[in-house]
Design a protein around this ligand. Structure first.
Ligand SMILES: *Cc1c(COP(=O)(O)O)cnc(C)c1O
Length: 496
């Protein structure tokens, strides 16, 4: 494919007077808009023939990278396969042509979908009940923390305004806590990459009566299972705080271990990660929030309930109070419905038996890659990982080839890069998460390319540093792009 030709903007392909269509003759006369509502000059639209338009957009779409056309080991994001059956369910007009204000008798099927997913998520996590209303993981975190604040304030324990967050946490954790008006206390990691229990004890001792909660991801962002979890939850519970589980890493736990059994009180799930909705480029998402027994009352509303064999929407008047989320809304209606449909379809198509294979297979794939590459890439934390792990760049630091260079070079071979420079615990982090669906051949292909790049770094470092060489656009200047974004075609043309 001639990338140059197809990297033109549609405006550059424009020729005055070209048309891709013709409209039937207007037999109804002109409708006269008032002068004040009419534009003074014609809109500057591209004028192209139909083939040019079709080829332009088709070729552009082929520059898109997705799970359906290549290996996508983006750590922390669980870029798993979205089976077509999910899309078929989401495309059913009986599900996607509903109006959110329709009388509930006419949408019993849709409410059943919501109810079944609430129950399935409870079975998977051990939580008592879920709200499906939040629209993303971060939105779930905020909702969960609001639930925790509501709980404390319902007991008139309003001084609890601190939340403990590990230094390895995803950036959304401290951000959500800050939005919720909580102060963040950072707990350090040990050399093994786990929460430092001694440091946690010190923090708790310094704050005997104002800890609202501790947020944790388990397995954590290094892909390590927090083996001290019983001691951690006891420490926080004894100090009067609640345990919040960031469920973005639930994938390796599916059917293996349940957050409620680990002692967590409130959690969110990223349906678009663990339960397979395509989410590259930022959406769509869904971040259901679950609570353990005793906290159900604090879930936001509306909420689907089952009464006899009818599904009803529980939507009482909101409760009062500064932090109260109880009976309040956190989003529109009953959440991001078609993501909910996809998640339920995914869970039902795997079934109770096969969903148990997701965790072990994703763990096997991650460990296989890690062990195969650790001679060429620096592995700061050894031993068994869960579904993902982190390298600290190339082992041979003398080549000057960075994690960024390796990530760019991978694009030349048709792979999506891993997550880079996160977590912040290491300078050259490269976070790899393969997911359970990948075949051994796919993974072996990736491993051999990673070895090849390490060899290139030793023998011809400039080749790696100058990459990518085969993509339509080379290396962009991230800083310039952030400081001087070019967002319209005239400026882009002027700069060409
Ligand atoms: C993805 C992720 C989040 C945030 O979820 P969004 O759906 O992107 O808002 C939070 N924590 C961890 C560990 C994540 O990987």
């Amino acid at each position: 494919m001639n990338n140059k030709l197809y990297s033109n903007l549609i405006f550059e392909l424009s020729h005055k007077g070209r048309r891709a269509y013709s409209l039937p003759k207007n037999e109804f006369g002109k409708h006269k808009l008032p002068q004040s509502m009419r534009r003074a000059a014609d809109a500057e639209l591209p004028e192209c023939d139909e083939m040019t338009v079709v080829r332009h957009y088709t070729n552009m779409s082929e520059n898109n990278f997705g799970v359906d056309n290549g290996f996508y080991p983006l750590g922390s994001c669980t870029m798993k396969y979205n089976p077509p059956v999910n899309e078929e369910a989401a495309a059913l007009s009986s599900l996607n042509n509903l109006h959110p204000l329709q009388p509930t008798e006419t949408v019993q099927g849709a409410l059943k979908v919501e109810y079944m997913l609430q129950r399935a998520l409870s079975a998977i996590t051990g939580m008592s009940d879920f709200t499906l209303n939040p629209c993303a993981g971060a939105h779930g975190e905020l909702t969960g923390l609001m639930i925790i604040r509501s709980y404390h304030s319902s007991r008139n324990d309003n001084k609890r305004n601190k939340v403990i967050v590990p230094d390895s946490a995803h950036g959304t954790n401290p951000a959500s806590a800050a939005v919720c008006g909580l102060e963040i206390l950072e707990v350090k990691s040990t050399e093994d990459g786990l929460v430092d229990l001694d440091n946690l004890k010190e923090i708790v001792a310094e704050h005997p009566d104002d800890i609202a909660a501790m947020m944790m991801t388990n397995p954590n962002t290094l892909g390590l299972f927090e083996k001290d979890i019983p001691a951690i939850t006891k420490l926080i519970h004894d100090a009067g705080g609640l345990m919040y589980y960031d469920g973005a890493n639930l994938n390796p736990m599916l059917g293996v271990a349940r957050p409620a059994d680990m002692g967590f009180d409130v959690m969110h799930i990223n349906l678009h990660k663990t339960f397979s909705t395509p989410h590259g480029g930022g959406g769509p998402g869904s971040g259901p929030v679950g609570v353990r027994e005793g906290l159900e009352d604090f879930l936001p509303k509306p909420h689907v309930k089952k009464e006899g064999d009818k599904y009803v929407v529980d939507n009482p008047a909101p409760a009062e109070g500064e932090y109260s989320v109880r009976n309040n809304r956190v989003g529109s209606f009953l959440g991001n419905f078609l993501v909910i449909v996809r998640a339920l379809t995914y869970i039902l198509s795997l079934g109770k038996e096969h969903i148990k294979m997701v965790g072990p297979l994703s763990v096997l794939n991650a460990n296989y890659i890690k062990e195969s590459l650790k001679d060429d890439y620096e592995l700061p934390i050894t031993g068994l990982c869960k579904h993902e792990f982190v390298f600290n760049g190339l082992k041979d630091k003398s080549t000057g080839v960075t994690t960024m260079d390796v990530a760019k070079r991978l694009l030349d071979f048709g792979y999506h890069a891993p997550t880079i420079y996160f977590p912040l615990l290491f300078h050259e982090s490269m976070m790899i998460e393969p997911t359970e669906n990948e075949s051994k051949e796919t993974i072996d292909g990736f491993i051999s390319v990673m070895h090849r790049i390490a060899k290139e770094a030793r023998e011809n470092p400039d080749l790696v540093k100058g990459s990518p060489h085969n993509t339509p656009i080379g290396r962009t200047d991230d800083v310039l792009a952030a400081k001087h974004p070019i967002v319209n075609y005239k400026q882009a043309l002027a700069d060409k």
